[in-house]
Design a protein around this ligand. Structure first.
Ligand code: DLL
Length: 434
């Protein structure tokens, strides 16, 4: 089902002329109303009137998270205070919080974007949507809630935490859709098993998972265990929240990014040069309709590529591929670059392991060590020591072969690693590299 049939299928040339008009408009707005942008534009000698084509976007300066921090809380607002009807915030793992201000129109657009993606996954007003992303300043809960609301589905605003209770709520309300982080979905499943509730026997048919990196192997595992279609939702607070891009169930490959609201670019994270479609690099987004805090060429730090081939679902908006990691997530272990998701792929492809893992990095006598802690499934745990040792050796060998990094593997008892109701903390870096 299409929420906005005209926009979602707008022919490419019309979409691009709409983008250009909106880009010119947002540049004029920020130049006139946000001293930060006026200064940045002046520094590179560009005026809003100099934007004649989409290609001119490249001439504009980048914006980064630090700019939002430096202007906390309302320094980047492009409208007077009385037009702001909501604030959300993102704490991040380090540093000061980032505050985001929305006008009523921004909130309406957010709802529509989230709804477009949710509808593209097959959600209708017949569905009961259990939202277990946190509600509050974090954008996950209210964002997905808004999308489901727009569609007219029945929403269960469960928020995070209270795992056992949530499993019973899922059963009692007969929810058909679950929205949460992939790691929390697996935790709900485990607790369900303990409570004698098998997800495969529930009416649940769809999961809308995001807010943290996850792999294709994890998708297969979740679909098999939970008996659902596991779909990917991407977003970030600075740009809007969840729903910036979402997979459609038709193709289930790549996430449509709503180009009538956002212009995506892929750049080389080191040189800042633009990369062509198909090449992986850092995603940069320009918001072209946002009123509260428009962002010009915002560096997301997320690694992906753009797929501009036509999609079988008929939507004309480009797709981004599954996020491969963040530029700041990359681990450098004795000079070898490794992304946690690459290790996850290998773990998930080995029989007998659960999706609960943690990577512990330490520095011993000036040398980095990487320990992979992963829980085994209970059937393997009851098995003979010999098989467990073989598994450890094989994992170590596979990771070395594929990623070139030496690891220490620690197979853990089922249920021994910490569980998270929001974003899972997979990496514990004990090196003091300051
Ligand atoms: O996590 C918004 C969100 C909520 C997205 C619920 C999806 C579902 P932030 O807390 O600002 O906002 O974190 C944004 O999370 O830059 C990515 O690094 C990561 N991220 C979000 N979705 C995905 C995904 C929300 N599907 C940061 N795959 C982003 C991988 C994701 N990483």
């Amino acid at each position: 089902m299409l929420i906005n049939p005209k926009m979602e299928t707008l022919p490419r040339d019309e979409l691009e002329s709409l983008q250009l008009r909106r880009l010119q408009n947002v540049c004029a707005r920020v130049y006139a109303n946000v001293p930060f942008y006026r200064k940045r534009f002046d520094e590179v000698g560009i005026k809003p009137d100099d934007i004649h084509s989409l290609d001119d976007l490249k001439r504009l300066p980048f914006t980064e998270k630090q700019d939002l921090r430096d202007n906390f809380p309302f320094g980047l607002c492009a409208v007077p205070r009385e037009h702001i009807t909501r604030v959300q915030a993102s704490s991040g793992t380090t540093g000061k919080a980032v505050a985001l201000s929305y006008t009523q129109r921004d909130l309406d657009n957010w709802k529509e974007c989230a709804a477009r993606g949710m509808a593209s996954c097959g959600i209708t007003r017949q569905d009961t949507v259990h939202v277990a992303y946190g509600y509050g300043l974090f954008t996950g809960g209210l964002g997905m809630h808004g999308g489901a609301d727009y569609i007219g589905a029945m929403v269960v605003p469960a928020s995070g935490g209270a795992t056992r209770r949530q499993v019973h709520l899922l059963q009692d309300f007969g929810s058909t859709v679950l929205c949460c982080t992939p790691s929390f979905a697996m935790h709900l499943y485990e607790v369900g098993m303990e409570e004698g509730i098998d997800f495969k026997e529930l009416p649940l048919r769809l999961g809308i998972f995001g807010a943290e990196p996850w792999s294709e192997a994890m998708r297969r595992e979740m679909e098999e265990k939970l008996g659902i279609d596991a779909m990917n939702v991407y977003g970030l607070s600075e740009i809007m929240g969840p729903g910036v891009a979402m997979e459609c169930i038709h193709a289930k490959q790549g996430l449509h990014l709503w180009e009538d609201h956002f212009i995506p670019e892929i750049i080389d994270p080191v040189t800042g040069e633009n990369l062509p479609a198909g090449e992986q690099g850092e995603l940069v987004i320009t918001t072209i309709t946002k009123e509260g805090v428009p962002l010009i060429r915002y560096r997301t730090r997320d690694l992906t590529s753009i797929d501009d081939t036509p999609c079988s679902c008929g939507r004309t908006h480009v797709r981004i591929t599954r996020i491969a990691g963040r530029t700041d997530d990359m681990l450098i272990i004795r000079g070898v670059n490794v992304f946690p998701q690459q290790i996850e792929e290998i773990l998930m492809s080995s029989k007998g392991l659960s999706p609960n893992y943690q990577l512990i990095i330490e520095r011993e006598k000036d040398l980095d060590t990487l320990e992979v802690r992963v829980e085994v499934n209970s059937d393997l745990f009851a098995d003979e020591v010999r098989r467990i040792q073989d598994l450890e050796k094989n994992l170590q060998k596979t990771i070395k072969e594929y990623l070139g990094v030496t690891t220490r593997i620690r197979l853990m008892e089922p249920n021994s690693l910490e569980r998270f109701s929001g974003k899972a903390q997979r990496v514990i870096d004990k090196r003091n590299l300051a």
